[in-house]
Design a protein around this ligand. Structure first.
Ligand code: RIB
Ligand code: CA
Length: 313
């Protein structure tokens, strides 16, 4: 029975590859819907980008919803400097012929979690946690109904990527992250500690380009664009590929290693806003609220991506 998931996302080239990985794995994953959140770029553009990816993959049937336009407290901080003006720069993807549904993304999350049997829906969060945090505030009854949240965000050994302390998804909306990490929902975190092992080296990009399908060419063009900033910043031979690790974890958890720890979110300090304070060595006695992934098998990850994306149009 495929695992039912809702993808909450701010595409974002890496989000796009994560969505494609999910769509390329129909035996294991059933994507109920996609909810856009403000993050890499403005929320309506993120929704348009999600629609473009669904049409690229031949899945116009999957509903897309527009979620929150700004974080709970702070002014929206976006990342066009990484993802380009459209948020999906690189390939020349046609404007979508499909449109987002009318229902607000937060209400879609609430309605779906109330409708589906308890413990049968996993939330894959690939952007700031605003939609999820707002859903928990508006409808606390959905919290115990969620099977698991698997999210890309935070970091410990790799520090931050927006500030020395904070990773983008948590930095943008630390208050929403604080609500989620205090919720009691089972959480698995894919932090920078993992995604910085998953580098988009040129040979790996060429594997996508030579797949012989539209998806492979578009993926190569997305990654050619997406990794420029990080390659220059870190001096590595590829950029870190963050969000697809969330879906890869659902498909092959054995690719990753981690441990249950407490993760708390800094919301008070300007200096360390959005820092994930990870009690990796168990010194605080705080509740172990997170399955914190520490490492991943990059060759196995890219083999999985190539295998699954090869099945798409
Ligand atoms: O820090 C990386 C995260 O921020 C990824 O989800 C990327 O898409 C951006 O949203
Ligand atoms: Ca993202």
């Amino acid at each position: 029975m495929p695992r039912k998931i809702i993808i909450d996302t701010d595409p974002g080239q890496d989000d796009a590859v994560a969505i494609l990985l999910a769509l390329g794995s129909p035996r294991e994953i059933d994507v109920l819907g996609i909810v856009a959140v403000a993050g890499n770029v403005q929320v309506h553009q993120n929704a348009t980008n999600a629609l473009k990816i669904l049409e690229l993959a031949g899945r116009p049937d999957i509903p897309v919803y527009v979620g929150c336009e700004r974080p709970m407290r702070h002014k929206l901080f976006t990342a066009e400097y990484i993802h380009g003006k459209t948020g999906l720069d690189g390939p020349d993807l046609a404007e979508p012929t499909i449109v987002p549904r009318d229902q607000h993304g937060v209400d879609y999350l609430i309605e779906t979690l109330r409708r589906e049997p308890t413990g049968t829906v996993t939330i894959c969060a690939l952007g700031p946690l605003t939609n999820l945090g707002m859903a928990f505030v508006k409808a606390p009854d959905i919290v115990p109904r969620i099977q698991e949240i698997v999210l890309m965000g935070g970091g410990l050994f790799e520090g931050g990527n927006v500030t020395p302390a904070a990773e983008f998804n948590i930095y943008v909306d630390p208050e929403a992250a604080d609500v989620v990490f205090h919720s009691g929902v089972p959480i698995t975190v894919v932090p920078l500690d993992v995604s910085h092992m998953m580098l988009t080296t040129q040979p790996r990009i060429e594997r996508f380009r030579s797949l012989g399908n539209k998806t492979g060419v578009a993926t190569a063009e997305m990654l050619d664009f997406f990794d420029r900033f990080d390659k220059a910043k870190y001096g590595w031979d590829g950029g870190p590929l963050h969000d697809p690790c969330v879906i890869a974890y659902l498909l092959k958890p054995g690719l990753f290693k981690g441990r249950h720890v407490n993760v708390a979110i800094e919301t008070q300090s300007d200096l360390t806003r959005g820092m994930t304070v990870v009690d990796y060595w168990g010194v605080t006695g705080r509740v172990k609220n997170t399955n914190y992934l520490r490492s991943g098998d990059s060759d196995g990850f890219y083999d999985l991506l190539v295998e699954r994306l090869s099945t798409l149009p």
